[in-house]
Design a protein around this ligand. Structure first.
Ligand SMILES: Nc1ncnc2c1ncn2[C@@H]1O[C@H](COP(=O)(O)OP(=O)(O)OP(=O)(O)O)[C@@H](O)[C@H]1O
Length: 909
């Protein structure tokens, strides 16, 4: 049916409404449904199209580039309309969701004939069956196979000390993961960057909170909801209802705040899936501090999962991802986003990788078997919400078969480490009986959609075979009829064909058309259609047989659909076991993939413990090394050592000077990436690596303007530096690249100078600091844990040759002009720059640094004093306390308590 046909179909008498005040029954229904789904774009099913009306139509037409038409009038005005064909609606949904638009899908709940039974003018019953939002997708073609799709809820409450606490819950309904945690408000940005949710739920109050608006604005999709969704008092009950348990105690231990966020997630899922129960694992609680904290700027700068230009290619994840399954790729991305801080857990992961590094035969066999393991968790999720197809059933069958293959191979090996035996236990869980039933039930070639039928194997169910025989026998009758008609008419090329418009019809070439339209043949053959080369006819006999075939076909399909529901039911019953197996596959995929990476790229097992060591021998940059190798170039390995020296309590700071293009940034980043890889449980690109666990990774490398936030390059640089200097502790690893370069030379030098002193004296963290301010190297004379290193270059006939070797010592020049020459600056500019430089050098900037060293007392002695000198006044304290209140989120009791607390803060007397 075309849009026009849909509009003029009998069920829509409104199409020709002329009375401008009267609302047609169909439009009445539309408006009612629309009003019940505020804030959503409504896809309103009419035949083979989803129609979109009014401002929704204008928005959809703009966003999707589809034609805007009009249809009838409402209150005297034309109704704007556009439509998308149901068959291709996934594509359109995908594009709308990418733009952050949420869509309510409204289906016909009966066919027009059923509606007519209620009266000629009855409108087909319609209902919203689902709300499609970025965080609640299950469709294969709407999801990125290699990335998780998280829906996350943020709940906030006052802590006893007056400081806000944040409860977070996030779920991936396509894989059933469900996790909760708490964090302080200041950590929210880093936590969100780590989880990288696709949709975030907050209360209306939180949405309009000025303190959070910046952060929320940067998220891909934020959905504000009314307070009741985040009601702490009903949270536990809503969770219990969802998991059909009497109390959550048996499922997971959660704080009230975490439960509030978790309940918001499930309430939203229920609303968007309209009554279908999405199976979710019980929430697991992520203990605070079990993962390395990495703020959003550091993640972006180190290009962990995306490059600075937003692509996966060129990122660390892309370089290390050798997984062979989508689920493995997702797990690796999760691990990279959240490196561990627990020595034992890291050791367990490394043990698994070590096993597969040592046994290449085992590794290759497992990877071959894993390749055949399909994406079970996503198939499972689709089946559970009634959106699965026959191929999803086959996927689970193949999964169990692949599990047996993997188990058979691993079963022959003794003394496997804990992570691998845990995975084996997971693979044992799904019932083999289920796979056997599916193998018997499913045909060889499976259609994508269950409604296409033909997916149940012959011999699986007698009733189905019988109906199919009936249908096929009728088809044989058609074949016989074709032979008879050819004889009767003497037209040898006569064919009986079928299409969706005419049903079965007789077709002859144009030259024979007349013959069939004349007596006596025209008594049998009724003309239907003349095309350029063919003429088409029908006969009453053909009409009858068609009805029989259609009936048998409908019955066969009905039976197949019943079988499908039965098999889906079995899957849902076994979902926990199937999910355990799916997770086991992902785990083995990641371990074997990291082992392959280690062997191919010559990585070693890092020694990770709770010390403050950081000693890398022969370190390399995992991404740059691969890029150079593709060009046939070697990567020069370099050592670093930030471990505390003899008698020192804290780690060292390396100050790296050297010419432009020498490799300073590469060296800085490679050390950060090696720490990160070690703590996700991967081997690392080095000949030896000893790493005391890093609890927080900071980097400030290369800045870009952040015009969207109204920040200049220098401002961005200073904001990021401020975060580091305020937060880094001795367990942190800090990478600072050329801070201060975005402003005037002396301002920049002064800031860099003071920052190094602060890192050394106050933060006492392990740090790498690259700079072109050679004056800073003088600081090592006063700061015992500051170590000067430089990247070596050779001068050759006035040009510079980069050796990329990092050695102790300091550089005295930057060779900036030589690099500019390499970049192709005009010779006249180069010559002029050289003469300016000569003049400047004659003034000897270095002297001023030496003078500074002699004149300035060390930072620590003076720095703290002003900050501590002026404690806040009582009035300021009171103002802060009032500012921290969020009346919309308080119960009457909490509000009263807060009032008493404020009164108590007033000066006595
Ligand atoms: N260890 C190495 N081995 C081989 N090539 C390297 C090495 N380190 C860096 N390079 C190459 O040198 C290029 C420049 O490196 P990088 O950007 O780290 O220099 P830099 O010293 O930070 O320069 P600038 O001061 O101009 O920012 C890299 O793109 C890479 O191709």
């Amino acid at each position: 049916m075309t849009i026009q046909q849909a509009i003029t179909a009998p069920e829509q008498p409104a199409a020709r409404v002329e009375d401008t005040t009267k609302v047609s029954p169909m439009m009445e229904q539309y408006l009612e449904i629309k009003a019940a789904n505020p804030g959503l774009l409504l896809f309103y099913r009419m035949g083979d199209f989803y129609e979109i009306f009014f401002e929704d139509a204008e928005l959809a037409s703009r966003s999707l580039g589809i034609v805007l038409t009009k249809r009838g009038k409402h209150q005297g005005m034309d109704i704007p309309m556009c439509g998308v064909p149901v068959e291709r609606s996934d594509d359109y949904l995908h594009r709308l969701i990418a733009l952050g638009i949420r869509v309510a899908v409204c289906e016909q709940m009966e066919n027009p004939a059923e509606a007519r039974k209620r009266g000629n003018k009855s409108v087909v019953r319609r209902d919203v069956v689902r709300v499609v939002t970025p965080g609640t997708l299950t469709e294969e073609n709407l999801l990125d196979a290699r990335a998780n799709n998280y829906l996350l809820a943020i709940a906030r409450s006052k802590g006893s000390s007056g400081a806000d606490r944040i409860g977070l819950a996030w779920i991936d309904i396509s894989t059933a993961e469900f996790i909760v945690t708490e964090c302080a408000t200041g950590e929210l940005g880093a936590t969100l960057a780590r989880i990288n949710p696709n949709e975030v739920l907050v209360t209306d109050a939180l949405y309009s909170d000025p303190d959070l608006s910046q952060l929320l604005r940067e998220l891909p999709a934020v959905t504000p909801l009314t307070r009741d969704v985040f009601d702490g008092a009903t949270a536990e009950r809503r969770l219990c209802d969802y998991f059909a348990v009497a109390t959550m105690d048996g499922l997971s231990a959660m704080s009230r705040l975490e439960a509030t966020a978790a309940a918001a997630c499930v309430t939203y899922v229920e609303r968007t899936q309209v009554g279908k129960r999405v199976p979710l694992s019980p929430p697991t609680r992520e203990a605070v501090g079990t993962t390395m904290a990495i703020d959003p700027a550091t993640r972006a700068n180190l290009e962990l999962t995306r490059t600075l230009s937003g692509e996966r290619k060129g990122s660390l994840l892309d370089a290390i991802d050798c997984t062979v399954t989508a689920a493995g790729s997702r797990l690796l991305a999760q691990r990279l986003a959240a490196p561990l801080t627990d020595e034992v857990a890291i050791g367990r992961r490394l043990d698994a990788v070590t096993t597969f590094v040592a046994d290449s035969g085992l590794r290759d066999d497992l990877r071959a078997a894993l390749k055949t393991a399909p994406d079970m968790s996503r198939a499972l999720a689709r089946l559970s919400v009634g959106r699965g197809g026959p191929r999803d059933l086959a996927c689970l069958r193949d999964g169990v078969l692949a599990a047996d293959q993997v188990l058979a191979r691993l079963g022959a090996i003794d003394n496997l480490p804990a992570d691998i035996t845990a995975a084996m236990a997971g693979l044992h869980r799904p019932s083999r009986e289920l796979a056997a039933t599916f193998a018997r039930a499913l045909a060889e070639d499976l259609p994508l959609l269950k409604r296409d039928g033909g997916f149940v194997r012959e011999g699986f169910e007698a009733a189905l075979d019988e109906t199919r025989n009936l249908r096929d026998a009728s088809r044989l009758v058609v074949a016989a009829m074709q032979a008879r008609y050819a004889d009767d008419t003497g037209v040898k090329g006569l064919k009986i064909r079928h299409n969706n418009v005419l049903g079965y019809f007789v077709e002859v070439t144009a030259q024979h058309g007349d013959k069939l339209m004349q007596a006596p043949l025209n008594a049998t053959f009724i003309h239907r259609q003349t095309l350029a080369g063919q003429v088409r006819f029908t006969t009453s006999e053909l009409g009858e047989i068609e009805a029989k075939i259609a009936n048998a076909g409908d019955r066969a399909l009905g039976l197949e659909l019943e079988i499908f529901e039965r098999l889906s039911g079995m899957v849902v019953e076994a979902s926990e076991d199937l999910r355990a197996a799916a997770h086991a596959f992902a785990l083995l995929d990641v371990a074997t993939a990291l082992a392959k990476l280690a062997v191919d790229d010559n990585y070693v097992r890092p020694e990770v413990d709770n010390s403050l060591l950081f000693a890398i021998e022969g370190g390399r940059h995992p991404v740059v090394e691969q890029a150079l190798r593709r060009d046939g170039q070697p990567f020069i390995a370099n050592a670093s050592d930030l471990s505390p020296g003899p008698g020192q309590q804290s780690g060292q700071i390396w100050l790296i000077t050297g010419p432009n293009m020498a490799g300073k940034s590469t060296f800085l980043r490679q050390n950060a990436l090696i720490a990160l890889l070690a703590q996700i449980g991967s081997f690392v690109p080095a000949s030896r690596a000893r790493i005391g666990i890093v609890d927080r990774l900071f980097s400030r490398v290369g800045a870009a303007d952040d015009l969207a936030r109204g920040r200049s390059t220098f401002m961005v640089e200073m904001v990021e530096t401020a975060v580091i200097l305020n937060q880094a502790t001795e367990r942190a690893l800090v990478i600072l690249d050329e801070i201060g370069r975005g402003t005037a030379t002396f301002d920049g030098l002064s800031i860099a100078w003071a920052a190094i002193e602060h890192l050394h004296e106050s933060n006492r963290c392990r740090a790498l600091f690259a700079t072109h301010y050679h004056e800073l190297t003088a600081l090592s004379a006063k700061l015992p844990r500051l170590f000067n290193a430089t990247v070596r270059v050779k001068e050759w006939h006035g040009d510079v040759v980069f050796l990329h070797e990092v050695l102790p010592g300091s550089a005295d020049r930057s060779y900036g002009i030589q690099v500019a020459k390499l970049a192709g600056l005009p010779p006249a500019v180069i010559a002029r720059a050289k003469s300016v430089l000569a003049k400047l050098e004659a003034q000897d900037r270095g002297q001023s640094a030496k003078a500074l060293m002699d004149d300035l007392p060390l930072f620590a002695i003076t720095a703290r004093a002003p900050a501590e000198a002026a404690p806040p006044s009582e009035a300021e304290l009171l103002m802060d306390a009032v500012k921290a209140l969020h009346p919309d989120e308080m119960s009457p009791r909490e509000a009263l308590d807060a009032l008493y607390a404020l009164k108590a803060k007033l000066p006595k007397g």
